[in-house]
Design a protein around this ligand. Structure first.
Ligand code: GLN
Length: 507
C-alpha cells in the first residue's frame, strides 16, 4: 500500500533524509510552519481585504444595484474557491506545490497592480487574476503544512490550528485596514496594497523555500529539461488564457449556476476514475474524506450567513446598539468578531488537543466534526434567541450576537483546521493537491448554498416590513439552521464507527 505521508519512492535517498530530518522535529511545531504561517497570513490579508471591499466597491464605484452586486459577489467568492480544485490537481500532476505557490502569488500581485492602476476599468480583469492566482495558491500551501508531519504525528492538528491562526490574523488585519484605506485614502491605494501584501508573501516564501527539503518539489523534476519546461509553460499559458472565460462567467452570473452544476459531479467522476488504480485501504480512506467534504459543504453554507444575512441582520436589527455600554459599529463587529475569536482561541484549542492526546483522550476527527456542528447549532440557537433580548422596536442585543460568534468560532476551529489536516492524512501522496482542492471546492458550494439560504430568509422579508418583522424573519431562519446543525451533529456521532473503519488507522 502507498503510505500517504511517509517518504515516497519518488524521492532520492538524500531527499528522503532531509524529509525525515524535517519531520523528526522536537517540540510542538516544526520550524518551517512559521514560514507557511507568514506566507498564508499575507495572502489572506489580501483575500479578506478584497472580500471586505468587493460589495462596497461594486455598489458605490461601479454603480451596480444591491441585487446584482449580491449575485456577483457570490459568484466571485464561489469561483475563488472552485479554482482551488484545478490548482490542486495541476500541482499534483505538473507543477508541484512550490511552483504553484509562486505562480499563484505572481498572478495575484499582477491582479492588485492592475486594479490599483485603474480600479473601475480594470476591476474584473484584476479579480480574474486573483481568482486564478488563489486557485494555484490556496490548496497547495495547506498541503505543504501537512507534509511537515509523519502520518500519525498527533501534533499535526495543533500545527493546522496554528496555521489557521495565521489565516485569521491576515483576515482580521486585511479586513480592517483595506476598507479604511479605500474610504480614507483611495480605492487605488487599497488595491495597490493587495499587490504589496502579496509581494511580502512571495518574499517570505522565496527566502525560506530552501528549508523545505523535498516538500513541494515538482513531480516532473526527474524529466529532461525540455519536456519538463514545455509542460510547465503549457500550464502557465493555459492559466493565462482562462482569464477570458472566467471574466465572462463572473460578469454573467447565469454561467456561475451552470459551472457549479457541472464542476461538482465532474470532480466526483474524475475521482472515481483515479480510484481505480488504488488499493482497498486507500479507497476506503478517500471515501471517508468524501464524507468529511460533504459535511463541510453544509457547515460552510450555514457559517457563510456571516457575509450575507447576518450582515443584513447587523444592519437592520443591531445598528446603534451598544456593546457593554461602549459604542460599536454592528457591521464592523459582524466582520471582525469571528477572526478575532479564532486568533484568540486557536492556540487554546491547539494546546487542548495536544494535552488530551497525551492523556489518550483526544476526540477523533469525526467527533471533532460532530462537536463543530454542535457548536454551529448552539450558535444559531443563540442568534435565534436574540429575538427575546430585543426591545419594542425590534432592535436586538449586540452582546448576544457577539456571543454567538464566539460559539461559532469554536465550531469552526473544530472543523476547518481539522479538515485541512485530515485531507493531508487521508489522501495518497500523489493525490494530495486534488483532495485539498476538493475540500475547498466544498467551500465554493458552501458559499453558493449560503447565498440561496440567505435569499430564502430575506424573501419572507420583502415589501414594507418593520424592523420587528425583519427580526422575526431572520431569527425564524436561524432557528431552523440551528436545528439542522444539531441534527448533523447527531448524525456524525452515529457515523463515528463506520467512518473510523473507513479511515484505516488514521484518527
Ligand atoms: N477561513 C478559512 C480560510 O480563509 C477557511 C475558509 C473556507 O474553507 N471556507 O482559509
Amino acid at each position: 500500500m502507498h503510505n500517504p505521508t511517509t517518504p515516497s519512492d519518488d524521492l532520492r535517498s538524500s531527499e528522503q533524509e532531509s524529509l525525515l530530518a524535517i519531520r523528526n522535529f522536537s517540540g510542538t511545531y516544526p520550524k518551517q510552519i512559521w514560514s507557511l504561517f507568514m506566507v498564508e497570513m499575507w495572502e489572506r490579508f489580501c483575500f479578506y481585504g478584497m472580500r471586505g471591499m468587493l460589495m462596497v466597491f461594486m455598489v458605490t464605484q461601479l454603480g451596480l444595484g444591491d441585487g446584482s452586486a449580491n449575485l456577483q459577489y457570490g459568484s466571485i467568492q464561489s469561483f475563488v474557491y472552485a479554482f482551488t480544485f484545478v490548482g490542486g490537481l495541476l500541482a499534483d500532476r505538473f507543477l508541484g506545490f512550490r511552483k504553484s505557490l509562486l505562480w499563484g502569488s505572481i498572478l495575484m500581485c499582477i491582479g492588485g497592480i492592475l486594479m490599483g492602476m485603474d480600479p473601475v476599468n480594470n476591476f474584473y480583469l484584476g479579480i480574474c487574476f486573483n481568482i486564478i492566482g488563489s486557485g494555484f495558491f490556496k490548496p497547495n500551501i495547506s498541503t505543504m503544512v501537512g507534509q511537515l508531519y509523519h502520518e500519525n504525528d498527533s501534533r499535526r492538528d495543533a500545527g493546522f490550528s496554528l496555521f489557521y491562526a495565521g489565516i485569521n490574523i491576515g483576515a482580521f488585519l486585511g479586513g480592517t485596514i483595506m476598507i479604511l484605506v479605500a474610504k480614507n485614502v483611495s480605492w487605488s491605494a487599497a488595491f495597490y496594497l493587495v499587490a504589496v501584501a502579496m509581494c511580502l508573501s512571495l518574499l517570505v516564501f522565496l527566502v525560506t523555500k530552501n528549508t523545505f527539503g523535498p516538500i513541494g518539489l515538482s513531480p516532473l523534476r526527474h524529466l529532461p529539461k525540455i519536456p519538463r519546461l514545455s509542460r510547465e509553460t503549457f500550464i502557465y499559458a493555459v492559466s493565462l488564457l482562462s482569464i477570458l472565460p472566467v471574466w465572462l462567467m463572473i460578469t454573467d452570473t447565469r454561467y456561475t449556476d451552470l459551472f457549479m452544476t457541472i464542476i461538482g459531479p465532474l470532480t466526483l467522476v474524475y475521482l472515481v476514475w483515479e480510484m481505480r488504480s488504488l488499493g482497498r485501504a486507500e479507497n476506503l480512506r478517500l471515501g471517508a474524506a468524501m464524507i468529511f467534504i460533504l459535511f463541510s459543504v453544509v457547515f460552510w453554507a450555514f457559517f457563510e450567513q456571516s457575509g450575507g444575512s447576518l450582515s443584513q441582520f447587523a444592519l437592520y436589527n443591531l445598528q446603534g446598539q451598544g456593546f457593554f455600554g461602549f459604542s460599536m459599529d454592528a457591521n464592523a463587529a459582524n466582520n471582525s468578531a469571528n477572526a478575532f475569536f479564532v486568533i484568540v482561541l486557536a492556540p487554546v484549542l491547539g494546546m487542548l488537543w495536544v494535552w488530551l492526546s497525551k492523556r489518550n483522550a483526544e476526540p477523533n476527527s469525526t467527533l471533532k466534526f460532530a462537536l463543530a456542528f454542535g457548536m454551529l447549532g448552539l450558535a444559531f440557537l443563540a442568534f435565534y434567541a436574540n429575538r427575546y433580548f430585543a426591545n419594542n422596536q425590534g432592535m436586538a442585543s449586540l452582546e448576544i450576537f457577539v456571543l454567538a460568534y464566539l460559539i461559532i468560532s469554536v465550531g469552526e476551529l473544530c472543523l476547518s483546521p481539522i479538515g485541512l489536516s485530515l485531507m493531508t492524512k487521508l489522501s495518497p501522496l500523489r493525490m494530495q493537491g486534488l483532495i485539498m482542492g476538493m475540500w475547498f471546492l466544498a467551500s465554493a458550494y458552501g458559499q453558493y448554498v449560503a447565498g440561496l439560504l440567505g435569499a430564502g430568509m430575506s424573501l419572507s422579508d420583502e415589501g414594507n416590513n418593520s424592523v420587528q418583522d425583519k427580526l422575526i424573519a431572520y431569527t425564524d431562519g436561524y432557528l431552523q439552521l440551528g436545528i439542522y446543525a444539531l441534527g448533523a451533529a447527531v448524525l456524525l456521532a452515529l457515523l463515528n464507527r463506520p467512518v473510523k473503519q473507513m479511515m484505516q488507522g488514521i484518527h
